[in-house]
Ligand binder design. Structure first.
Ligand SMILES: Cc1ncc(COP(=O)(O)O)c(C=O)c1O
Length: 366
């Protein structure tokens, strides 16, 4: 994206002058495999239930929504308890318009001093840090994209960041961090009085246990999740966080009043009620991830082992391959990582189209 130029009269903050609006290209393509969405649309049962709930809600839209989204938070807590055998209540859960808004709220409430993250990782963490004026420290990953926990702890002790981010499974690499490693980081962050933010946007696609199970042990641990991926609900914009109730109380200080519309809250409740249908896609996507990885490897391509609904793979000339694929109607993601591209797992038809286009682009290498 080209950098915008601004008229001299506009009193834009100086620290935003060289920034471009974030966003993956929204290009019409036959196979849209660039933003890690779930390729399957909602089940007809869920669609019908949403429509009839929206009809009821429509008559109440003259009123503001429940400011604290209590029913939705309670329902999310029940879902998490079912997954992780925890006993969280609504007091442990906060919900917002996508997990991006959750991240922004964390910065607004806790973003003093510095924030630390281990790159490459989700690019919105440093971007939201910048927009909310929290200096960002880059922690490194090893060449295989794992986090060296001893080094990470050293950085935490040296810099005392208020917020330390780890994403597991990580975007864009798909790699995971074990619960034991998360516990070690949580202890280190606890010692320096910060918060460890574990971004689990893709957790449902992983076979590892969720860090939700550690919340009761570590008050300094915050887990972010979303309905955008496994729930196939990206358009509804619902992200949430599970943490110690004191963290949630602090977020109430910075949330905008009535931030989550009645429509969004109702949609979330209905989607949770019908979750069995939506989450049934997770198994298919995990299987297709493994088949696609094998297929790429059989083509001589290096693939990073992934626990998410996407694969990071290496190519000699990412920019050329990206354009070649787009010409064939397949939109994937150039994540700006030298020598790599990322593809979201689509339907079997979309995956086949991707493989065919990739084969034709890299030609002789297969
Ligand atoms: C690691 C990670 N966290 C958070 C998000 C934001 O998701 P949403 O705002 O749709 O909940 C994404 C989206 O791709 C992501 O990859």
């Amino acid at each position: 994206m080209t950098q915008p130029t601004w008229p001299a009269w506009l009193p834009l903050r100086k620290d935003l002058l060289d920034l471009s609006p974030y966003g993956a290209p929204q290009i019409d393509a036959v196979a849209r495999l660039n933003t890690n969405e779930n390729p399957y649309s909602l089940t007809p049962e869920l669609v019908n239930a949403l429509v009839s709930r929206f009809e009821e809600i429509a008559t109440t839209l003259n009123r503001y929504p429940d400011r604290d989204a209590l029913a939705l938070r309670e329902s999310l807590a029940i879902f998490l308890n079912e997954l992780s055998a925890t006993d969280l209540t609504f007091e442990n859960v906060w919900a917002a318009n996508g997990s991006n808004e959750i991240i922004q709220s964390l910065f607004l409430a806790f973003g003093e001093g510095t924030a630390l993250g281990f790159t490459p990782s989700y690019s919105m963490h440093p971007l939201i840090a910048r927009v909310t004026r929290t200096p960002w420290l880059e922690g490194e990953r090893s060449p295989d994209f794992s986090v060296d926990i001893a080094k990470a702890i050293e950085q935490i002790r040296t810099h005392s960041p208020r917020l330390t981010f780890v994403t597991t499974p990580n975007n864009p690499t798909g790699t995971s961090i074990s619960l034991d490693e998360i516990s070690q980081l949580a202890s280190a962050v606890g010692e320096i009085g910060g918060l460890l933010v574990v971004d689990e946007a893709y957790a449902e696609f992983s076979f590892l246990a969720s860090a939700i199970t550690l919340i009761q042990k570590f008050p300094h641990l915050v887990v972010i999740r979303t309905m955008s991926k496994a729930f196939a609900f990206a358009g509804a914009r619902i992200g949430y966080l599970a943490a110690n109730p004191e963290v949630v109380k602090a977020l109430l200080l910075v949330r905008l009043p009535y931030h989550l519309s009645s429509i969004t809250q109702a949609a979330g409740l209905v989607a949770l009620e019908y979750r069995a249908g939506s989450l049934a896609t997770v198994d298919a996507l995990r299987n297709d991830r493994e088949s696609l990885a094998k297929e790429l490897v059989s083509m001589g391509i290096k693939v990073v082992p992934s626990s998410a609904n996407f694969l990071l793979f290496s190519v000699d000339d990412p920019k050329k391959v990206w354009s070649d694929l787009l010409e064939k109607g397949v939109l994937i993601r150039d994540v700006g990582l030298s020598g790599y591209l990322r593809v979201t797992i689509g339907t079997p038809q979309e995956n086949a189209l991707f493989v065919e286009a990739l084969r034709s682009s890299i030609g002789g290498r297969t």
